[in-house]
Design a protein around this ligand. Sequence first.
Ligand code: ARG
Length: 422
Amino acid sequence: MSSTTMVSSSYMPSAEDSFDKILLLYSGGLDTSCMIKWLQEQYGAEVITLTLDLGQGGIEAAREKALQLGVREAYVQDARQEFAQNYLAQEIQANGLYQDRYPLATALARPLMSQYAVEIAQEAGADAIAHGCTGKGNDQVRFEVSIAALAPQIKVLAPVRDWQLSREGEVAYAKAHGIPVQAGSPYSIDANLWGRSIECGMLEDPAQQPPAEIYELVTSPERAPDQPEYLEIQFEAGLPVALNQTSMGLVELIETLNRLAGGHGVGAIDMTEDRIVGLKSREIYECPAAVTLLSAHQELERFCCTIHENEFKPLVDRKWAELVYKGLWHDPLRDDLGAYIGRVNRKVNGKVRLKLYKGSVSIVGRQSENALYDHQLATYDEGQSFDQSASAGFIQIWGLPTRVAQQKMLQSLSSAPQAIGS
Ligand code: ARG
């Protein structure tokens, strides 16, 4: 007899569902505000809300609004420190970019939000968690995979997938239920410490340049200062610890860099990306601190690592970023790759000097006690220690397989039977 292990399957909503208490991940926007009423009506449940500050601000206003809409408990929590320490720190050490460009701001926030949601749902005795994601995006996948991994007994509800309301229908629903409706922005925006993600509206035409009004963190290069600004970032074990010789915690350092680099037009990313659910989308990101920190970190890491590490780590980093993007923060592979990434970074200590100028960030200097750069070896000046005469023998051996292969090819060409009549 073979034994089987029961793993709870994922939850599908059905008409018979009833819940006593539902925890809603509440942003304060129109979708999740309508959701408070919709969940109460649909399931006859008590709805409680959770709003986290990950650097986007406005949590007190969200709390007020939730309470006004009749929620008995509206939890708010400043989770910026935890976001920085437990997520962004590894992101920096991993040089984390999805498809070589997106620094994963939204993707990194979702497992943390899921973790808080699970903790508070358990504490408050909620039997379901609801989120405001659509059925076309990545965030539904990230929330649902994370919550199921942490607490498989908690059901997850995604009302936007089920309620089939158009934008107009939603506005009508809101008005009928006394939910305040502000003049709607055509864009869908998600923001935190690590960046701002902007979608929808005219951005859905990938041929069109984004309008200037969508940017909040990044000044256009045309309006950025005409004088460059120089920065020095100090790293310890692959993490930034000081900016311009002033020690700073990670949260403050990221906030400061968003302001400084963003003011010089650094950090706007316009890309098309491949979503988990199979479609391509056009995305605009504003990530001044992320772009600056990742380029500085990557430079210092390369300076301290061997050629072999420098060829291998980007493969690990790429896989790490892909797992994070695809909602698999809680997969053991992400954790194991994170351990390798952290281990390599133990020696990444030193300083990087950067120049911010009209939309670009460039590395202008680096310094490290762990650098594998050896001036005596590298210099063409007097006193150099590299034995140039040894290169001739090295080249003989290095080129051996290529020489042999070329000779084989020539031989087989000259001994090939001649075509008739040639
Ligand atoms: N495409 C990005 C991601 O999947 C950003 C998603 C932004 N979400 C939003 N509601 N605007 O991580």
